[in-house]
Design a protein around this ligand. Sequence first.
Ligand SMILES: Cc1cc2nc3c(=O)[nH]c(=O)nc-3n(C[C@H](O)[C@H](O)[C@H](O)COP(=O)(O)OP(=O)(O)OC[C@H]3O[C@@H](n4cnc5c(N)ncnc54)[C@H](O)[C@@H]3O)c2cc1C
Length: 382
Amino acid sequence: MYLFWLNSILLVVFNRRDRHVSFIIPNTAPDESGPSRLTLSTTPGPSRSSVCVIGGGPSGLACCRTLCDAGLQVVLIQESRGLGGKLCTKFVNGKEDPTLHFDMGVQVLKPRGRFAEELEGVVKPWPRVGRFKRIRCTGDWRRWSIQGSEDLPTTDLVVGTPSMSAIGRHLAERCRSLEVHVDRTAQVQGRRKMTGQWSVMWSRAEANAGQLRYRPELAEGASEVSYRNFDAVVLAFEANKVLHGCKSGYKMVPSSVSPALRERLSGRTKTSQVWNLMVAFDRELPMPWDAAAITGHGSLAWVAVDSSKPDRQRVPQCFMIFSTKEWANWKQWSKKEVERVLLYDFMSFLSDTLGSWPPEPCFLLSGRWGNNTEAGLESCTL
Ligand SMILES: Cc1cc2nc3c(=O)[nH]c(=O)nc-3n(C[C@H](O)[C@H](O)[C@H](O)COP(=O)(O)OP(=O)(O)OC[C@H]3O[C@@H](n4cnc5c(N)ncnc54)[C@H](O)[C@@H]3O)c2cc1C
């Protein structure tokens, strides 16, 4: 899923579908004439170099593992409650109640090499052979219909058990002496002249109404603000957020980018958005497949029966649907509109699949992934 080079001047992480840029800001002056060198001490004791990893998604966790293994002092800051980034499962009624569960981002993994070894015990194969389809559609904005389908290969595909979120926790637990701060958004504030270290602040801003609806405890706020200096920082999150920060809600934060990095990144990253729709039925529909990558449809790009994943509750039957990028960009959709228009397209698609109109869903919620990095830098030196 990702590649990274550590022993280099800069650490760069790319991902298969949502390519994020991650880099270490070295503790040396930017050298415009050529690559700067990152030298970090792993000698035990106070001289051991410290690194702050910002972002607890797959990239950040991979960095943490490598840096911890190398004997560095590593602190991970993650802005939401759980680790794993887009590798996460939402339990609508809280973790204690696994009935309504939706894999919000990563749907299925094809881990290789060391990553596959690391995941042993926390993943199981999914979908089964013959249950993963590419479904071809045709039509116009009034009506789409299914033209045909073909099987997609399922070799080495896995999902997290009992949920995708288990993977993030598992990977973090395997990092020796990792210090983790969750529910805190980090910002690199600058570099101290005297020591050359990078100052990082982490805190939580005020939640907006939408966030409070799903997490009322955020109303209590988080008064403490933490600051610390590090020899190096890894920005392991969306390139768009690295450049522009986040403008609203409890994750609000200014940009973390240094002037040199801004110059390198500006105009060279590409960001996309997709809408997701979580739909559940109070009985199991006789689905002929577990996951479908959809082509030729105006609004639907992906449908997965999350309840068919191993160790999941089968009823209510939970579906995760992703819109196409084109549909997401077509206009500024409100959540209510998405829950009406995308739901109708999904129900029509299910009706074509099952041969009859499906029952009313017992649960419906939309969400948006708005900062998906499509392209970043292949390599970057400060
Ligand atoms: C809709 C969708 C579906 C996908 N499906 C698949 C799939 O099926 N299989 C697959 O292999 N890949 C899939 N991908 C790609 C996959 O999600 C990414 O490759 C992967 O999540 C990237 O990992 P990352 O760690 O770089 O970023 P992320 O997973 O985005 O993690 C970044 C983390 O940083 C945190 N963060 C951001 N800013 C801050 C801050 N200032 N302070 C603290 N924390 C911060 C975020 O909260 C987040 O947790 C999908 C992507 C999308 C958008």
